[in-house]
Write a protein that binds this ligand. Structure first.
Ligand code: NAD
Ligand code: TDX
Length: 339
């Protein structure tokens, strides 16, 4: 079994590669990643010398390069994680989100059509459903919830999902799609809420909370997401969408306070800053379909996962300190100093 994993030098793709090499001895994993600011080869250090692993620095929008890898590797399965993934950056400059998230997806699926594939899996997001109101805790996203996007990021991910369904129907491509809630865990880029707050707290810098901090996200430990994708690519039904989430909704402000508490830091570090434009209020996944059809259950409770995550950031300072020293510094200035 040969699996092409795109975006494997990023947060979830990297965790997925570690997971698959551990859980499926004998599988060949070929990672395609262009190494944008979010891609980090250090994330793949633990597997770089694994005999069943190959890394290729390839941009998924570069058709010729993608086709060459397909000719060489003849993959059975493609799992497409590669994306521009940060909502704030999409608000600042949408174009690259359209290129990678939409055209890159089309290029990967064209390669699958041309060279043949047993399964193409698209890693999507719950953000395609838009948001839910804060005062209707009875509402959840199901796979039937209409697409209703808020940011250029979520619109680009929704466009890619529609293309996947179109390729499935028009060309008979064996596609599956997963729409997961917010992930957290090791190797998470420190521009996203949880790792940003850990890094800032450790440096005694202000913790910038958007708006009032009342927005709700549904957090899932990254390994539980990896397990869900593993199940879907092996046992999921072709043409289907699977929501992935563990019913762990939390307000941003509560997460930030929890992190400060774990690190023994003062809540005085919290700074309320102007809100994100178009800020989604609440995400909440109904995971009934993946539970009943595939027997998926999240294994890591949030209390344990957040402790493990904080420990990981404490023990792997060189991984994230390297990241926040480069391009990130300029981004941080643009995003927060002018706020
Ligand atoms: P990330 O930003 O950490 O990693 C993205 C990776 O894709 C990086 O390694 C980057 O170098 C690579 N990449 C970007 N553009 C590329 C291109 N044109 N060609 C090849 N590689 C390219 O993202 P993440 O948080 O790991 O998210 C992975 C996927 O999961 C995305 O598709 C995202 O939409 C989806 N998702 C993320 C979350 C979350 O909470 N992080 C939740 C649900 C779904
Ligand atoms: O500095 C911050 N302050 C703050 O209050 C940052 C970076 C975020 N926030 C808020 C905005 C959100 O309500 O925290 C919440 C989480 O923000 P992000 O970590 O940027 O994640 P989100 O916008 O929810 O999107 C994430 O989940 C779905 C991923 O980044 C997406 O790739 C995924 O599809």
């Amino acid at each position: 079994m040969t699996i092409i994993v795109t975006g494997g030098a990023g947060f979830i793709g990297g965790n997925f590669i570690h997971y698959m090499l551990r859980e499926h001895p004998g599988y060949r994993i070929v990672c395609l990643d262009s190494l944008t600011y979010a891609g980090n080869l250090a994330t793949l250090d633990p597997v770089k010398d694994h005999p069943d692993f190959r890394f290729c620095q390839v941009d998924i929008t570069e058709r010729g390069d993608v086709y060459k890898i397909f000719m060489e590797e003849k993959p059975d399965i493609v799992v497409n994680f590669a994306a521009e993934s940060h909502v704030d950056r999409s608000i600042e400059e949408p174009t690259v989100f359209l290129q990678t998230n939409i055209l890159g997806t089309a290029t990967m699926m064209d390669a699958c059509r041309r060279y043949g594939i047993k399964r193409y899996h698209q890693v999507s997001t719950d953000e395609v459903y838009g948001d839910l109101p804060l005062d209707r805790l009875d509402l959840f996203f199901t796979e039937e919830t209409p697409i209703h996007t808020s940011s250029p990021y979520s619109a680009s991910k929704a466009s890619a999902d529609l293309l996947c369904l179109a390729y499935a129907r028009t060309y008979g491509l064996p596609v599956t799609i997963s729409r997961c809630s917010n992930n957290y865990g090791p190797y998470h880029f420190p521009e996203k809420l949880i790792p940003l707050m850990i890094a800032n707290a450790l440096a005694d810098k202000k913790l910038p909370v958007y708006g009032t901090g009342e927005n709700v996200r549904d957090w899932l430990y990254v390994e539980d997401h990896c397990k869900a994708i593993d199940l879907i690519i092996h046992k999921g039904r072709v043409g289907e969408i699977y929501n992935v989430g563990g019913h762990n909704e939390m307000k941003n402000i509560d997460i930030v306070k929890l992190i400060l508490h774990h690190l023994g830091k003062s809540e005085d570090l919290i700074e309320f800053v102007p809100d994100r434009r178009g800020h989604d209020l609440r995400y909440a996944i109904d995971p009934t379909k993946i539970k009943t059809e595939l027997g998926w259950e999240p294994e890591t409770k949030f209390e344990d996962g957040i402790k493990k995550t904080i420990e990981w950031y404490l023990n792997n300072r060189e991984w994230w300190e390297e990241i926040i020293s480069g391009e990130y510094k300029d981004y941080y200035k643009r995003m927060y100093n002018a706020r």
